[in-house]
Ligand binder design. Sequence first.
Ligand code: ADP
Length: 537
Amino acid sequence: MRVGPRRWRFASIGNLWRSSLQVRTVVITVLLTSMAIAVFGAVAALSISQDLFSSRLNQVLSVSNRAIAEAQSSLSASAATDTASIQELMNKVLSDIEGTTTSQKVALLRSEKASFGYTQDITSGGLGLDDLPKSLRAAVRENSTGLWWESVDIGGDPAIIVGAGLTVQVAGLHEVYVVFDLSGEAQTLAYVQQILYVGGIALALLLSAIMLGVVTLVIRPVRAVASTSRMFAGGDLAQRIDVRGEDELAVLATSFNQMAESIQSQIIQLETLSTMQQRFVSDVSHELRTPLTTIRLASDMIFDGREQLDPSYKRAVELLHNQVDRFELLLGDLLEISRFDAGAATLSATKFELKALAKRIVSSFLPLAAERGSELTLRAPRPKCLVTADERRIERIVRNLIANAIEHGDGGQIEVWIGANRSAVSVAVRDHGVGIAAVDQSRVFDRFWRADSSRKRTIGGTGLGLSIAAEDTLLHHGALEVWSKPGEGSCFRLTIPRTPDGQITTSPLGLPPTSPSPQTSSIILPKTWREESGHDK
Ligand code: ADP
């Protein structure tokens, strides 16, 4: 089927129509002007033809009247009584009529009412009896005193036939018909129509050209406004429109420039404010490090000697120790976030084996998972999953996902999946805990956001874990996605390209992942947790 190119052509015409004000204006003007010119031309041609016809008719009737009156008086004055003399007289009358009317085609016919002899019907110029309309003949016979006419077509030429009755002495009533040719008028009309056609087309073209020129003139500054605002919207805040003249377009350009000025200054203000805030957070975090280190040392010392303390002091020391731990974590996360905000975070990529890293992380979480009653399983394909990435950052992401899964997993099964394809590697952490409401799923990566802020953190997260994980993922040009159903649990899937400058085509794991096919994958269970036969070692 060759539908493609034709559709494309229609689509591009439709596009042009929608996107170009110039094309629309010119096409509509040309159509409306052509219609107006066509209507005007038709009316003009009609009135000219009517005018030509009626003036020719008047002239024809007056000359016919005169010729027939003269013929009647010469017929009335004649004393001819025999057929031959009457026939001769009628021949003479016919040629007299021809002379007066300058018509080449005249017919002098014996009416049915004629009472005498056998006068012959005579015609001139090859006029046949069939050329005479029956209705005209009937009218002449009905009323022989009047003058009758009809417009006809004889041999393809337009004409007017005038008919009247003539009373011939002794021979009775006869009919006379005079044909007046209108081909001269028809030629004049054709000539006028031709002029109207040519003039109309020329006028439409001229108007279109003028319209195109005018629209181009008006549209040029509008285009400049459109392209400048497009560049402005694209982030080039320094873009301004060249203001020329004092017309409406100049007012539009001036208003646009003022608006751009105000937006730019507000954005600069906000940027400065944001930079100041980021620097403040970074400075405060840095400043807090030194006193915190001292507090840490002191609290560690008191904590180590807590057994000698009074039980109430001992409890206070344990609380202090825990909170100093949390404080240290929070400060570390704040410093990390301020490094991302300042654009100072860099990728230090090395080649490593993802399964080995995952094994190490999962093993380190086994005791905690066991403490919470969760079964922690690692599922990975048998082949090696080599990837070039920042191992420290990947480890941080995976640790955060597993810690969250244990924290919110409600003691259910937790699976850590590893997947790899040509373009990417993936780690997915699936739990069967409380889950996250659909409205909250887009907010889990927001800083300090918690689904239930009143819920006590037991593992020690700072509320920045997933935001840092998201930043780490971005640094790898990867994707960190969430799937969750309240009551059924959640799944967080990290996908990164095999190399930092690679492109992900698809993620090797589903969201949530489903069982891998036995040919390509196997299940790894950390030995310390559970042993199953036939698994990868
Ligand atoms: P933190 O865990 O320190 O609160 P995170 O940024 O890691 O901070 O997580 C933000 C919030 O997202 C958590 O407080 C929790 O409400 C929600 N969340 C994260 N992971 C899960 C999960 N696996 N199941 C349910 N909720 C989760």
